[in-house]
Design a protein around this ligand. Structure first.
Ligand code: B12
Ligand code: SF4
Length: 511
């Protein structure tokens, strides 16, 4: 069987990362003896008509689409086009985008949808399709089968492959140099902010993103749990994987994209020791720490193994907000974790989420205090609370009436564009919340500049800060005007996009 996989893009964010799920599935199909093509839209940004032409040439027996939820804006028209031009070729979709099962069921004619890890379900799907067996009962774990207008869901939600026995992803299907260059640039963007670490690593390490473990046993309310069960491979398997990446592609740096690499302490310690012994000189950027799990032992092993950065997913300096997000972490644990990581000379990268349920002036002040006492401007990133379909926060938005069921389609298109229309906080509007967050960031800049006795920076920031504060306080006129302009602009963009989509499909039908 000929299988073409399409790696769907997301709105460009500068640092281009490959879709590792697509090449995991590609490798599975190859292992089963099938021929696989990959159309990498993340890298090449193909127009839909080019994809149609390419598929017309290669004539696959099965087309797979792979992406995360923010690929939705691209996925829906492409799926419609593929069904129009190749009605007899079955279409299967997988990856985080499948959290929008109801939309995919209603707004597309995709034949199969695979939820969670795809290796087992794709094996069954391909073998049944290639042997001409019927597939209409939805009896394969994780596999939704279209039956008329709707999907027939599987009896078992998803199945979990033995990750020590799946082959390493089909990296060769990607333009590896392109992705290595992008990951390397990103790693050095951070390294340059930390001269000591930069000096230690030197200028010539190549970085590439890899995942080793799968899943996470926690359930923070903003996080979509695509892979429910946490699992790790054997140490030998993990080491062989990283050695392959190093030897084949010359990467002695990796960005570890695991959701929670420290979830199993015993395994993680062994993994670090094996890294130090078997791949000396490897450097690791990891985003997946968790304050309640980071211990001096974990950090000292990680340091020896070459970890340069540990994410701490702090989210907030307020215990109320941490509780509302179901973080299962205390503010004190967060303080201690950051100190531990920084004292070891490892970058502590901390993400903060603003605008969660219960967020108000007091909780913002608590977070400001937390940042001021633990971090500096290099170490933290600011995000707004977003409800991704399938995440507990999404259910909360529906229950609280913040999002109506009939508005979900537009909402998902909006978040694909990077617009976050829901306000969970106690502030009267999203604009007011964002205004407060902006002010807090300005204040933090001033306070950091003051702490560093950088007077010219201080004057510069102070002026900008004063202007912002003055505008903000002017009877709310500025925020209201900004909100009006922003929502008008967003609506216009969304309507233009939908119009283009409809017109594109109409034009195609004339050809
Ligand atoms: C790398 C990554 C990114 C990259 C982009 C990756 C890409 N090019 O698509 C970057 C950094 C850009 C990114 C951004 C975002 N990400 Co992200 N990201 C990840 C991360 C850390 C790793 C993904 C990965 O490689 N996993 C390993 C592979 C093996 O798993 P997988 O991709 O899920 O693939 C398996 C299955 O999904 C399935 N499958 C996948 N494709 C296909 C195709 C077919 C045909 C089949 C049958 C099966 C199948 O089988 C695969 C093997 O089992 C995950 C967390 C994680 N560790 O999974 C989050 C994750 C995917 N991201 C997520 C989110 C929410 C985001 C953001 C929207 C928000 C944010 N603040 O992070 C932004 C989007 C920004 C934008 N501009 O749109 C969510 C996904 C939510 C969703 N429903 O899609 C995740 C799961 C994190 C989480 N737990 O919430 N992300
Ligand atoms: S945010 Fe991190 S710790 Fe929380 S559920 Fe998601 S992956 Fe797990």
């Amino acid at each position: 069987m000929k299988f073409t996989l399409i790696a769907l893009p997301i709105k460009s964010i500068g640092n281009q990362l490959p879709n590792l799920g697509a090449i995991a599935i590609a490798q599975k199909a190859r292992d089963l003896g099938h021929e696989v093509d990959l159309i990498d839209v993340i890298r090449y940004r193909h127009l839909n008509e080019d994809i149609v032409k390419e598929i017309d040439m290669t004539k696959p027996d099965l087309i797979g689409l792979s992406g995360i939820i923010t690929s939705y804006y691209y996925f829906e028209p492409l799926a419609a086009l593929l069904k129009k031009y190749f009605p007899k070729v079955p279409l299967v979709v997988g990856g985080g985008i499948t959290c929008a099962t109801d939309l995919i069921e209603k707004y597309t004619e995709v034949d199969y949808l695979i939820k969670g890890e795809g290796e087992n379900a794709i094996t069954e799907l391909i073998s049944r399709l290639s042997s001409g067996q019927r597939l209409d009962r939805g009896d394969i774990p994780g596999l939704f089968v279209r039956a008329g207008k709707g999907f027939s869901p599987p009896a078992v939600e998803q199945s979990y492959p033995d990750i020590s026995n799946v082959s390493f992803p089909a990296y060769d299907l990607y333009d590896m140099d392109y992705y290595i260059e992008s990951s390397t640039k990103n790693a050095y963007r951070f390294l340059k902010l930390y001269p000591e670490l930069h000096k230690k690593v030197g200028p010539a390490v190549r970085f590439f993103p890899v995942t080793i473990t799968r899943g996470c046993p926690y359930s923070c309310s903003f996080c979509y749990r695509l892979i429910k069960k946490y699992r790790h491979p054997t140490i030998d398997n993990a080491i062989a994987h990283l050695k392959t990446v190093k030897e084949r592609y010359g990467c002695s740096g990796i960005s570890l994209l695991d959701e929670l690499v420290v979830a199993d302490k015993g395994w993680f310690l062994e993994f670090c020791d094996a890294l130090g012994d078997k791949i000396p000189g490897l450097y690791v950027f990891s985003g997946s720490g968790r304050a309640n799990l980071l211990t001096p032992e974990i950090i000292s092993h990680a340091k020896k193994a070459g970890f340069l950065r540990f994410g701490c997913g702090i989210e907030s300096g307020s215990q109320t907000i941490l509780n509302n997000l179901h973080k299962q972490v205390t503010v004190e644990q967060n303080y201690a974790a950051i100190k531990l990581v920084k004292d070891a000379g490892i970058m502590a990268t901390c993400n903060f989420i603003f605008g969660s349920p219960g967020e108000n002036k007091k909780t913002l002040r608590e977070t400001e205090k937390f940042i001021m006492e633990t971090l500096d401007p290099r170490d933290y990133a600011v995000n707004l609370a977003v409800a991704y379909p399938g995440a507990p926060l999404f259910k909360y938005a529906i229950e609280k009436g913040l999002l109506k069921k009939e508005g979900i389609h537009d909402y998902v298109l909006n978040i694909s564009f990077g617009n976050y229309p829901l306000n969970f906080s106690e502030f009267s509007s999203g604009t007011k919340l964002w205004g407060e967050v902006n002010l807090m960031q300005s204040r933090l800049k001033v306070r950091f500049a003051w702490k560093a006795r950088d007077y010219s920076l201080l004057v510069d920031i102070l002026l900008k800060h004063l202007i912002k504060e003055a505008l903000y306080l002017m009877y709310g006129i500025a925020p209201r005007a900004a909100q009006y302009l922003r929502s008008t602009y967003d609506d216009m963009r969304l309507h233009a996009f939908n119009r283009k989509l409809r017109e594109g499909l109409k034009d195609d039908s004339k050809k």
